[in-house]
Write a protein that binds this ligand. Structure first.
Ligand SMILES: Nc1ncnc2c1ncn2[C@@H]1O[C@H](COP(=O)(O)OP(=O)(O)OP(=O)(O)O)[C@@H](O)[C@H]1O
Length: 551
């Protein structure tokens, strides 16, 4: 962020702290104009050196916005000067608009001290002194949120950067070279680029990789490639350590839900897809690491997946998959898909039950309004008697300690199949525990569990979500909603105000675990936007199990 101050010749400012370095430099060899440059703990201030006070405007660049600085010799051998270039990405609002994005700004100064004009090595040493001080300052100041505990990517760092060349409109590689590559160079981040050759290539790579060689695993693609990476890590024998590897995401798909969520959490207003890419690239260069909730998803076949974004059935899952054919229009594919599916709105039959995160578990037989008692005469109850003992026992053990807060990661015994045990779940063939809430309705238009804020770049589905809140944000829309009302909901979701729309058919609840049992014979269930086998499915949150580069 730039701040123009009217008068500030003195190299001392109360609010910015002590001046660490001060110098007067030109921008290039032979340039007449000189600049007074001062570095404090938080900012680099630049002021033109001139006799006329009117042109002495002082411009402040915050180290918070700086990704790196480098020193180098002049290109011409005859020039004894050296240079330092600092790279800033301040946020700029668009003219007459509430949107904006980070924009690149390079500040370059030529060091050629009068006394050492013929001392190229001395000039370079001075330029390096400035570059090091600016780099250290920018590493100390990074965009962060109050109350979040951060780690950081080790420096100097080596990234494994996985690109899906087919994601989105097939431009991920191009987006990397045009927007990200130079940022990484500016930030001194070394990386190895791997272009995926097929589905599951990334999954296999990270499953077999020597992770000690990498400080972070970053994808430039849609959410599907990160889904592969997360599951590849969780399939390893050393999953507990492997999943601690910082993950990063650069939006190259058409949905880019996690990238949009990360951007949203920084408090910046939404911008274009390009703004989102630069914002995520900036956060990657800054290298702060937050914890990220993962949800374990168990399917009827016994397969267990780990998900970081969403579980969807009905309208949302259908739109996601059916709109694949409109991928050439980019993010607008969801809008087109929504309109097409609205025209032939479907009702999906099934049973839904969940363990609420906030309310105390309902007593047996006590039914919250609109819900059946904990155990109902549904398919969930086929083996009520036997489950009552085993399941309730299993559940009580975990429930006492964490029902009101977060699903426990550390207290559960390790599961035989790798990954943490699902202490809140009972086998799918058994009824859900008695104090779960079983939804009375069985006809739905959609069921959607979100663990991050965005369903797509422009769909703020769960405004209250955060990276590590330890809950799933469960939405379901009951059958009977009109097309117009559903359209209104999706339009309101663009601004994240759908929950305030007073739609009687929309239900929202925070849950720790859920079970969905589709009765409609054919349909689509997606996990993080990827199709999984259709049938009964259940899920539990594991709070903060993974680590993600975010601000
Ligand atoms: N080289 C490849 N060829 C074919 N499929 C790939 C390749 N690399 C990855 N995939 C698969 O492509 C699918 C889609 O990937 P991804 O989600 O990253 O992109 P996208 O679908 O375009 O993004 P979005 O979900 O945002 O629309 C995933 O299932 C992924 O496993």
């Amino acid at each position: 962020m730039e701040e123009k101050l009217p008068e500030a010749e003195a190299p001392q400012r109360r609010d910015a702290g002590r001046v660490l370095l001060y110098g007067e430099f030109a921008a290039a060899a032979g340039a007449k104009v000189r600049f007074a440059v001062s570095l404090t703990d938080t900012e680099l201030a630049v002021q033109r050196v001139t006799a006329a006070s009117a042109s002495r405007t002082r411009v402040v660049h915050y180290l918070m916005d700086c990704v790196g600085c480098r020193a180098f010799r002049a290109e011409e051998d005859a020039d004894p000067g050296a240079y330092f270039s600092a790279y800033f990405y301040p946020f700029r609002r668009r003219w007459m608009s509430s949107t904006g994005g980070r924009q690149r700004l390079e500040l370059r100064f030529r060091v050629a001290a009068a006394t050492a004009a013929r001392d190229p090595q001395g000039n370079l040493r001075e330029a390096e002194r400035w570059a090091l001080a600016i780099r250290e300052g920018s590493a100390r100041h990074r965009p962060h949120r109050e109350g979040v505990v951060y780690g950081e990517v080790r420096r100097p760092c080596r990234l494994m950067l996985l690109v899906n060349p087919h994601s989105g409109r097939g431009q991920a590689l191009c987006l990397f070279t045009s927007h990200i590559q130079h940022m990484l160079t500016e930030a001194g981040v070394t990386h190895t680029l791997i272009v995926t050759e097929r589905q599951n290539h990334a999954r296999e790579l990270v499953r077999e990789a020597d992770l000690s060689q990498w400080d972070a695993l970053v994808i430039i693609s849609g959410d599907g490639l990160l889904f592969e990476v997360v599951n590849g890590l969780m399939e390893r024998d050393d999953w507990e350590e492997a999943i601690q590897t910082p993950l990063g995401i650069l939006p190259g798909g058409s949905g880019n839900a996690l990238a949009a969520s990360i951007h949203h959490y920084t408090g910046s207003p939404p911008g274009s897809s390009e703004d989102l890419l630069v914002s995520c690239g900036f956060l990657l260069c800054k290298g702060l690491v937050s914890r990220l909730d993962l949800v374990s998803v168990s399917l009827a076949s016994g397969l267990r997946l780990f998900s970081f974004l969403s579980l969807a059935w009905g309208f949302v899952a259908d739109v996601d998959i059916e709109s694949e054919k409109y991928r050439y229009v980019g993010a607008a594919r969801f809008t087109v898909g929504t309109l097409v599916r609205l025209a032939s709105l479907r009702v999906y039959r099934g049973r839904l039950a969940y363990l609420p995160a906030e309310e105390p578990p309902p007593r047996c037989g006590a039914s919250p309004q609109g819900h059946a008692p904990g155990f109902c005469s549904s398919l969930f109850c086929q083996k009520k008697a036997s489950a009552d003992q085993g399941a309730a026992h299993t559940f009580r053990n975990s429930c006492n300690s964490n029902n009101a807060t977060k699903a426990s990661r550390s207290e559960a015994p390790p599961a035989a199949s790798g990954g943490p045990a699902d202490s809140l779940l009972v086998p799918l063939e058994q009824p859900v525990p008695s104090h779960w809430t079983v939804v009375k309705e069985e006809d739905f238009v959609l069921v959607l569990a979100m663990y991050q804020s965005h369903l797509a770049e422009d769909l703020l589905a769960a405004p209250g979500a955060s990276l590590e809140d330890g809950v799933m944000h469960l939405f379901y829309v009951k059958a009977g909603i009109s097309r117009a009302a559903l359209l209104r909901l999706f339009l309101a979701m663009e601004k994240g105000v759908h929950l305030a729309a007073g739609c009687p058919d929309l239900v929202y609840v925070k849950v720790l675990a859920l079970r969905l049992e589709p009765l409609t014979p054919k349909g689509v269930i997606t996990v993080d936007g990827e199709v999984v086998e259709y049938g009964p499915v259940q899920a539990q949150v594991h709070s903060g199990l993974a680590r993600l580069i975010a601000g």
